[in-house]
Design a protein around this ligand. Structure first.
Ligand code: URP
Ligand code: ZN
Length: 457
């Protein structure tokens, strides 16, 4: 398909400029003012009054995640549709083997689950134990184009790793030129607090947050940074939620250690007052780490503007009320997680750009470009330049919406942003040079592609 976008205000992570954009065969092939195209054009779009952003990249989603309460409510098809409707064109999900399963077998299984994904995608692979095969498996994953690995310091009774195993993963991945991403929460301390709360019959959702205080995150962050230094491995801290963690991350960055940090819209926009109320109104906010204090939100916004926090993922992992109700008598049984992939771009535009916390270029940087750079997708993704994939959002800044469970595309009967006002919408979404969303409708069922990545040499 050949598309000509006229009169565009192009926003990249570095600059803003007026230009026409010519797209052919899935790529951006020309980029300058007043283009005169001689070959046949399938569609001309007049983008006067609109912004053109690169398609969003969400580096942290959990579609079809198995848990004791059943699979997370979005599979790859419904979750990727919600992502596209919100302007996210690339997803990075996870491959999480069960114990005894090799990383490669788990990857093969995940490849069959991802077939209906409408976004382009990749995975982070999670070793859940260290075996004789893990080193080879990691190298095989890298050969297959997966260069990032996720370890959980939390959840030691299931998918979490002990420090010794984490260090080994870091040593192997660091040497191979990959990156380790970490869920930083101190499993043992949280287990101790959970048991104490349970002993005293403190089992409503509010105590989920009490059982995971900020220091359980920041101490794990400090530990992770120390191990990564020892192993000489770049790391990426997922869902950073509190000021104390930011301090350690900033210190490490100042000492030139390669430490990246992600936060999520829920930690920027919601706080722990959400845990006060009925089960139905509070259980939807049960996620790990939990929502924090207003001071933490402020610290996160500041750290974004300073470039300490580099990316915004969503940790999209929604569960329906009936699933959350597995923990109606015991918060420890509530499946952890909430949806957000559909709203990330609009929330960051509305509460970041329009409230002057970040500028337009920073918006692009944190929602797209940095994730592409950190995870080896740049400049194919995350950029508007000749030769880049034509993943573009034609963004109408003038619309007004209210987020509601009644009309969201996420496949879930709960909505943590219920009632939030947003301004601006990706009226047209282009993925690999094809229009996939137009006038608020999904207009293509074309499947996304696996994105093969390469390590830093
Ligand atoms: O509560 C969360 N974050 N659920 C998703 C799984 C995880 O811990 O990342
Ligand atoms: Zn997650």
């Amino acid at each position: 398909m050949n598309i000509l976008i006229k009169n565009a205000t192009v926003i990249t992570s570095k600059e803003s400029f007026n230009s026409d954009i010519y797209i052919s065969d899935g790529k951006i092939v020309q980029l300058r003012k007043s283009l005169n195209i001689l070959e046949p054009i399938d569609k001309i779009i007049d983008a006067s009054g609109y912004y053109i952003f690169p398609g969003g990249i969400d580096p942290h989603v959990h579609m079809h995640l198995p848990t004791p309460a059943g699979f997370s409510a979005d599979d790859f098809e419904s979750g990727s549709k919600a992502a596209l409707m919100g302007g996210t064109t690339t997803l990075i999900d996870f491959v999480t083997p069960h114990k005894g399963q090799s990383l490669i077998d788990a990857l093969i299984q995940r490849n069959s689950e991802v077939k209906n994904c409408l976004c382009d995608y990749s995975f982070h692979v999670s070793p859940v134990e260290w075996t004789k095969k893990t080193e080879l498996d990691i190298k095989d994953c890298i050969e297959s184009g997966i260069t990032s690995f996720k370890v959980y310091m939390a959840y030691k009774d299931s998918i979490g790793l002990n420090d010794d195993a984490i260090l080994k993963v870091m040593q192997v991945v660091g040497k191979a030129g990959g990156i380790v991403t970490l869920h930083c929460e101190s499993s043992d301390e949280i287990e101790k607090l959970r048991n104490e709360l349970a002993k005293n019959d403190n089992l409503i959702p509010e105590f989920h947050s009490v059982s995971r205080p900020d220091y359980t995150e920041s101490e794990a962050v400090q530990m992770a940074i120390g191990m990564a230094k020892m192993a000489n491995c770049p790391i990426y801290i997922v869902h950073t939620s509190c000021a104390k963690s930011i301090q350690y991350i900033e210190e490490a960055q100042k000492s030139e250690q390669e430490v990246y940090s992600e936060t999520c819209p829920q930690y920027l926009l919601l706080n722990d007052s959400k845990y006060i109320g009925d089960f139905k109104d509070t259980a939807k906010y049960v996620m790990s780490p939990p929502l924090r204090k207003k001071e933490d939100q402020n610290a996160l916004w500041t750290s974004i503007s300073k470039g300490v926090v580099k990316t915004i993922g969503t940790d999209h992992c929604p569960f329906n009320l009936v699933q959350k109700e597995k923990g109606i008598n015991d918060f420890r049984k509530i499946p952890n997680g909430a949806g957000g992939v559909e709203h990330r771009m609009k929330l960051l535009f509305s509460y970041g750009v329009l409230q002057n916390r970040i500028n337009y270029n920073q918006f692009v940087d944190i929602t797209s470009t940095q994730a592409a750079k950190i995870f080896g997708l740049y400049p194919q993704k995350g950029e508007i330049a000749i030769g880049s994939d034509a993943d573009l959002l034609i963004w109408n800044p003038k619309t007004e919406n209210t987020i509601s469970v009644q009309d969201h595309y996420q496949n879930c009967d709960l909505e943590i942003y219920e009632g939030a006002k947003t301004y601006g919408t990706p009226e047209i979404v282009i993925l690999n040079g094809e229009i996939v969303v137009e006038n608020g409708e999904l207009v293509s069922e074309k499947k996304g592609r696996f994105l093969k990545r390469e390590v830093n040499k």
